[in-house]
Ligand binder design. Sequence first.
Ligand code: ADP
Ligand code: ZN
Ligand code: ZN
Length: 737
Amino acid sequence: MDMFKSGDVVKVLIPNVVNTGYDYRLNAPAEIGTFVECRIMNRAYIGVVWGIGDSGLPENKIKSVVRVMDKSLPVETLQWIKRMSDWTLMTPGAVLKLIINIPDAFSPPRVEQLYSFDFDAKLRMTESRQSIADAFTSNENEPMAVNDIVNIAHVSQSVVRGMIKNGTLIASESRAIENENRFIYAYHDMGNVKLNAEQSAAADKISNALWHGGFSVFLLDGITGSGKTQVYFDSALRAYKAGKSVLLMMPEIALTAQFMSRFESRFGAPPVVWHSNLTAARRRDIWRGVLSGDIRIVVGTRSALFLPWQNLGLIVVDEEHDTSYKQEDMGNYHARDMAILRASIEKIPVVLASATPSEETLENVANGKYTGLKLNSRFGGATLPKIETIDLRENRPEPYRTSNGENASDIAGALSGPLCDAIHETLNNHQQVMLFINRRGFAPIVQCRKCGWVATCDDCSVGMNYHKRIGKLMCHMCGHVEPMPDKCPNCGDDISTRGVGVEKIESEIAARFPNARTALVSSDTIASRQSLERIVSKMESGEIDIVIGTQILAKGHHFPNLTLVGVVDADMGLFGTDFRAAEHTFQQLFQVAGRAGRGEFPGRVLLQTYQPDHPVLMAICAGNRDEFMQADMDGRRVAKMPPYGQLIAVVVEGNKESVLQKYCADLAAVAPNIVGGKIMGPVPAQVYQVRNWYRMRFLISGDVRAKLQPIVANWIAHIKQPANIRVKIDVNPVNFM
Ligand code: ADP
Ligand code: ZN
Ligand code: ZN
């Protein structure tokens, strides 16, 4: 039944950040949620019918829509957009923009010249060649348009043109329209997995909720390898069989080939995969398939939550504690929380899975809002590794000697005697080692010890890091690089570096274990999931003895022959200014520890620390996850920090300090009183300057039940925003920079 007739005036929401809807006249019947095309200043937009027109403009001022589509977003989706906007203080148009982000969603597919990649060409693998190869791999090697290659591989047009010329990229046929349905698969349970008793008990509870309908949240809580994936596969198959759609969300890094093949062997067909590195053609075909209801299972990153779902029956959020679910900068939202909000409106179950759930989620299990489902044993009986600390106060790392040519020199080491002994032993047993340090580059501080000069970024108020591989200084805030000076620019004396990053560990290993085959894994060396997977397969085939890396290493992979994990600096995350520092350190170290001993040999984890008595480290060694979390949560309860209180951060940025200060002072002068809470600030943000913009921040706190969002929205709206000021509102912030 159509709600609106041709000729009615309706409000159309346009996917646009500043937009709250414009009035248009319909030229065909439509209902709430129907997609319509309309023009604003001669540009065509696809929007959705949002409600009755209410602008009060005279009849002759109201333009007609260009066309009414025969497709709609369900009413629940519109309710969700509204509620998400209320919660995050993004405009409804900004939320809609996350959903309608396919330029040619309602037009015929573009006919473009496509190119395929010649993987057999015997050319040197340069960095851009590798990125392009990876872009093809992440799209199953389908031919791509020049724009796709540029966007996905992050290379310039001219690089692509060059590769077309030299024959690396080969012109292929343009895209065939009949290809559009290529992602529509039928799934069924292949019956090759029989759940064990614990798994069945968990799967039955979820199945019950699916059967009875209604909103519910489950926490599937079990150590890595306990079989969580197979449990939610079971639930997904049930929801699918009942005719519903299923969204499986996970962090980008977890979308591995290993996962895909497990999915296919259980479901009888490959998953439809959604992430940010897809070609425009793939995005279009998947988006349209989801809208038509022909694609009913998608495995994807946080943006998959914004596909035009028709009949959602189940959402799974794997690694629910992962900070990659938090979107920052272009609108701040937490995809896990927005998934739960969506499920509450659609009245369906959500399954959160993790080996190290967030404290927010654990609290909701404790207070009965969520149902906890525990998997206690590792599937197939592999044992958890033994975790111990190495007290660095008693085991100072010895200097090591590098000899490049004749000038041999002694360098302060970062690996203690006991850790080196353990590495030796492991290598002698022909087993593998992982060394973890969550810092990119060679060293975080570049300094002159004579006059005290320190290398800092010109545009940001932070120090420059030394990156030895590229021989340059790099700012980790803005990415700016500069040559490493030979001598102190201030006094001409020698320059030295301080602190330890992955590259430094790599060189220490090269000096101490010259025969070991090593690999470095950090975001500087790993440009894509494919490059990570290359290292993974080298680990699996035993071509690597020691892998050294940052947190990219912490998750996901299963290396049967990895038996020693060394954490170079376990103290690093413990003293952040962020109230989640302890929780995040615990989660990270616990995940890293979970990498060892997943095969037939038991594993061992060594944490180097100056504080072996720190509660976080003691809890990790004792394997006391729940006790630790409980203690940390008690602390938060007292401090009224989330989840026992609410926080909203307002970061105000300006490129002129005086304008920024004046605006912040004006805001502070009209700050409202909050019952059971307060507005703190303005104070300079922890990083005061980024890319030459100055940053101030307010922090608003309140009770769990306080409705802070409308208070904040009204307050900010009170003072007219000057030009060149950006206000970023972050509800329940994770990042405190
Ligand atoms: P998690 O998601 O908790 O890390 P997985 O679901 O990946 O654990 O399971 C770990 C390993 O055990 C995988 O190789 C998986 O295929 C296997 N596995 C889990 N459950 C079963 C089962 N019921 N039958 C056979 N193999 C299983
Ligand atoms: Zn100097
Ligand atoms: Zn910078």
